[in-house]
Design a protein around this ligand. Sequence first.
Ligand code: ZN
Ligand code: FE
Ligand code: FE
Ligand code: ZN
Length: 270
Amino acid sequence: MSIYPQLADYHMHTPLCRHAEGWPVDLAARAVELGLAEIGFSDHSPMPSDGFDDWRMSLSDLPRYLEEVEKARAAFPQLPIRLGMEVDWLKGGEAWLDQLAGCAEWDYLIGSVHYVGEWNFDSPYAPHRQRWSDFGVEAAWDHYWALFADCARSKRFEILGHADLIKKFGHRPEGDLRRWYVPAVEALRESGAAFEINTAGLFKDVQEMYPAEEFVRLACEAGVPLTINSDAHAPGEVGRAFPEAEAMARRCGYTETVRFVRRARHAVPL
Ligand code: ZN
Ligand code: FE
Ligand code: FE
Ligand code: ZN
């Protein structure tokens, strides 16, 4: 029996990024088991030079990525499978983004902020985690949300990835967080891009969805389109905590989510 007949999962990784397990065919099998309506792959996009970091596909693996998604489509013809990528928003990276956008028939691109300058703030590894103390929580939040707004306003993405990722390890300033959330939602509204409730945060130190419920409520008031995604890095994570995410979306006023085909958006009732 299908428990998620109206939901899609658009944020899923593959072993090509070197920190995920399960090929598209394995993730698709899990999606079929759960009864998801649709899925999409969004592995970490390559950079022009493979030494940029060690947690993304190399440029030479891009054809393999497309092949593996095709294999999943062939194995599960009853399941619509979309092709996307999770692309890093980096200052001055626009020319590369434009090149990547022309590399395949993408259904959507997710724009994500994982770097504040050279600092990969969501890395669990010591050299990166130590930088929290140099930076300070307020300053890190300021930088992160400024980049998030730039990423949205670039109009290069259909979906903004895991808003609020900066809270991953529980670093959160005192007081009302709407001083960051309101401008971020305004940037989303202006850009016309969608965002995601990304359930992966529930399983990180912060133990909360990305973004906070308050952000989702503001986004709904502003009419920002919604997707609900797992950020699966293994087959067992596909559709993870979707009932909770759906409940949150409804509490915040959402009655539909959006899907993408060849970078065109359509809405589906929740
Ligand atoms: Zn990842
Ligand atoms: Fe990410
Ligand atoms: Fe991801
Ligand atoms: Zn992600």
